[in-house]
Design a protein around this ligand. Structure first.
Ligand SMILES: Cc1cc2nc3c(=O)[nH]c(=O)nc-3n(C[C@H](O)[C@H](O)[C@H](O)COP(=O)(O)OP(=O)(O)OC[C@H]3O[C@@H](n4cnc5c(N)ncnc54)[C@H](O)[C@@H]3O)c2cc1C
Length: 595
């Protein structure tokens, strides 16, 4: 069956921070650029980012990109690639100033410079004491950022396809990427987008978990599409649980609250972080704080009738500061917890927040795969940036405010790489394969004809509960193994989901079924990779990896200082080395990670 074809120089899937930043680069270079998004660009999850974007501007105290690099390597528990980390930290000031020039309304110091606040794991002088590095627009940084970049794109004539869902990646016989298929939600019709280069900027997949700070649209579509097209996924066992989701609701309370002086307390009012991280205390790295909270709860020191959460206290702060720096947080407290943070502490609990792994790329945003003995060979025409990509700058644990920075730096660098690649290509597009849309059409066909299948909502819920119970903040050997077999069973159900409503116009049931195909790929990659990694590192902490005298914290650099690559085919795993060699400075040598 033939489907309509739309032709562009570049197609970007995703209109969050990464997609919009890349699009600016392409459109301003005069290339015909399409951006496809499930939602209006400024509703992408980047809009929810509260705390800030990291850059060593040093506006209120001394700072240096090298210190930022050190913190990021340490935060990653040495799993991050040091070339990519140096690249990101060195570029930070440039991309933040650029954003300011796009019209980003940052908060200001009295001097007129951008306001910066402290954030977990960001320290001065190679780990000495917390430093003010996170550039903020109140507690609505992502919101301000998306609006500034959307407007810049409108000015540059980027063409937006809003409320369109990309379905599958199109690769030709040589394996080069030549486009995507996408469904227009309004009509349910499938189109082919034919392009010289494709960028995935589809964001995270936090919806594989039951309790998540992520938006409902964060279903890992880019990661799922890449996996189905034969691209392996990197380091998917590493998921960040944010320490402060509103208990019971999951809505995020930014770490910026602790940056402004907020304190975590247990049932007896004790500031327990002093015991776990004597130096950084409440501003230790996220995985450290999350585990401390879960330990307090597990040992009976949790708050509330069920002792199932702890308290985040800002009642000692000046109400005027709260109203100026954290107005959105006060509002969230009132709406979702029934608590006015000016007067009472907020109930909080660790909640799934961020995927450190994803589609493997280098720091130029090119998607790389193992080929002929080389672990990282670029796939022609294919790029990825933002949360769906693994550059890998976050390694086993991301520092707060380094993601918005990742979007800017790698959105820009992937855009630059695409411009260069497209301009080096012949004027005519590489031809589409004859069957370009067949795979997507067959997925839709199956849904239209499925009888006696599983319900989408119930199947998704089973997956989310399994992931939460078997692959959460702490991981247990037996639970992981059991979780793998449960997820593989659920995969069988996903293959036979049935929708009752077969209509075409704005059929959200069909979209959710198609999203579930992506979620299950992410869940499989996560739990299979986690089950195999028998050490503890960053956000991945196992009960059976803590006790040997040689590795008291469970990290095993001899056997596990390497990136996981999960292949969809047969759930096969292989590994590739971590790049320990920065671009210009010395390697940041392995060390025990303590705060
Ligand atoms: C509540 C919250 C607060 C956060 N706060 C901070 C912070 O203060 N600082 C920080 O550094 N990080 C923060 N993070 C993390 C950071 O915001 C995200 O990692 C980042 O915004 C992701 O950006 P992105 O461009 O990769 O994707 P997103 O902003 O999630 O955008 C994804 C885009 O892809 C589109 N899309 C997805 N699938 C498809 C498809 N199949 N077809 C078409 N379009 C598709 C969506 O429509 C959307 O436009 C926060 C995250 C959350 C959840």
């Amino acid at each position: 069956m033939s489907v309509p074809v739309r032709k562009f120089d570049a197609v970007i899937v995703g209109a969050g921070g990464a997609g919009l930043r890349a699009a600016i680069q392409l459109s301003e270079a005069g290339l015909r650029t399409a951006v496809i998004s499930k939602v209006f660009p400024t509703r992408s999850h980047t809009v929810a980012a509260q705390g800030g974007v990291a850059a060593s501007l040093g506006n209120s105290e001394e700072d240096h990109w090298h210190w930022h690099m050190y913190d990021t390597v340490k935060g990653s528990d040495w799993l991050g690639d040091q070339d990519a980390i140096e690249f990101m930290c060195r570029k930070a000031n440039e991309v933040v100033i650029e954003l300011e020039h796009y019209g980003m309304p940052f908060d200001r110091l009295d001097s007129g410079k951008i306001y910066q606040r402290p954030f977990g794991g960001h320290m001065s002088n190679f780990g000495e004491k917390p430093v003010r590095r996170s550039c903020a627009a109140a507690d609505r940084t992502g919101h301000a950022m998306l609006h500034a970049m959307y407007q810049r794109n409108v000015k540059a004539n980027t063409q937006f396809f809003i409320e369109w869902m990309a379905l599958d990646l199109i690769r030709d016989e040589e394996g080069d990427v030549v486009g995507v298929t996408a469904m227009e939600m309004e009509t349910g019709e499938v189109f082919v987008f034919h392009a010289k280069a494709v960028l995935f900027a589809t964001g995270g997949a936090g919806r594989i978990y039951y309790s998540s700070t992520n938006a409902f649209i964060n279903t890992g579509d880019g990661v799922g599409m890449a996996a189905r097209a034969g691209i392996p996924l990197e380091d998917m066992e590493f998921w960040q649980f944010h320490p402060t989701g509103v208990a019971g609701a999951g809505v995020l309370i930014t770490e910026g609250v602790r940056g402004e002086g907020g304190i975590l307390r247990n049932a007896s009012g004790e500031r327990f972080m002093e015991r776990y991280a004597p130096n950084a205390k409440d501003l230790a790295s996220r995985d450290v704080v999350s585990r401390a909270m879960v330990t307090e709860i597990n040992e009976g020191r949790g708050c509330g009738p069920n002792k199932d959460h702890v308290m985040l206290d800002i009642t000692h702060l000046d109400p005027a500061t709260i109203m100026k720096r954290l107005p959105g947080i006060r509002e969230i407290g009132i709406q979702f917890a029934g608590v006015d943070a000016i007067k009472e502490p907020l109930p909080v609990v660790p909640t799934c927040h961020y995927q450190m792994g994803g589609i493997p790329t280098n720091y130029n945003g090119e998607v790389v795969v193992p080929k002929d003995g080389n672990p990282s060979v670029p796939v022609k025409g294919f790029y990825a940036a933002g949360e769906c990509a693994c550059a890998s700058v976050h390694g086993a644990n991301r520092l707060g405010t380094n993601s918005l920075l990742d979007l800017l730096v790698f959105g820009k660098s992937s855009g630059e790489s695409m411009v260069e690649f497209i301009k080096s290509q012949p004027a005519a597009h590489k031809p589409l394969p004859a069957n370009a849309a067949d795979f997507s059409l067959s997925r839709i066909n199956r849904l239209d004809n499925q009888k006696d299948g599983a319900a989408v909502g119930a199947t998704r819920l089973a997956m989310q509960r399994t992931m939460q119970a078997h692959c959460g903040v702490f991981r247990f050997k037996d639970m992981l193994a059991e979780g793998v077999s449960k997820i593989l069973d659920i995969e069988q159900q996903v293959a036979t989901t049935e929708i009752k409503d077969k209509s075409k116009v704005f059929n959200t049931a069909r979209l959710e079924a198609l999203e579930l195909d992506n979620l299950i790929e992410v869940a499989k990659a996560t739990i299979v990779s986690a089950n195999a990694r028998t050490e503890s590192r960053g956000a991945h902490v196992r009960d059976d990896a803590t006790d040997t005298p040689e590795r008291p914290d469970g990290r095993d650099d001899v056997n596990w200082l390497k990136h996981t690559l999960w292949h969809r085919e047969g759930n096969r795993l292989d590994y590739k080395p971590v790049n320990m060699k920065p671009l210009t400075v010395d390697t940041i040598a392995l060390k025990k990670r303590a705060y």
